[in-house]
Design a binder for this molecule. Structure first.
Ligand code: ZN
Length: 108
C-alpha cells in the first residue's frame, strides 16, 4: 500500500504525521482523511455534531479544532509556556489559511 503524497508540495503522509502540519492547501485535500482522524483523536467523540446542517462536516470539525486551539493558546500564554504557544499559533494560522481558501472556493 503506497502512502498518499501531496502532488503540490510533495509532503508525504509520513512527513505529515511527523510534523503534524500541512505544507499547502492541497495537502488539506490529500490528507483530509488523516486530518479527520487526527481531529477525532483530539476531541474524542464528535457525534453530536452530526445533526448540524452544514454541507461539510469536516469544515465544522476544523472550526471546532480552531476554537480548542485558541483556548489552549490562551492558556499557554497565561502560563508563560511561550514555546508551546508559538507552536499552537503556527497551527492556528495554518488551519485558518487553509479553511479561508476553502471557504472562498465553496462560497465564491
Ligand atoms: Zn501540499
Amino acid at each position: 500500500m503506497r502512502s498518499p503524497e501531496c502532488p503540490h508540495c510533495g509532503l508525504s503522509l509520513a512527513e505529515f504525521n511527523k510534523a503534524g502540519r500541512l505544507g499547502c492547501s492541497e495537502c488539506y485535500r490529500v490528507f483530509a482523511d488523516e486530518l479527520h482522524g487526527l481531529l477525532r483523536k483530539i476531541h474524542g467523540s464528535d457525534q453530536h455534531f452530526g445533526k448540524v446542517p452544514v454541507t461539510d462536516p469536516f469544515q465544522l470539525q476544523v472550526r471546532k479544532e480552531l476554537l480548542a486551539l485558541r483556548r489552549r493558546l490562551k492558556r499557554a500564554i497565561e502560563r508563560e509556556e511561550f514555546e508551546k504557544a508559538a507552536g499552537l499559533r503556527d497551527r492556528i494560522n495554518q488551519i485558518e489559511r487553509l479553511t479561508e481558501s476553502d471557504r472562498r472556493t465553496q462560497l465564491r
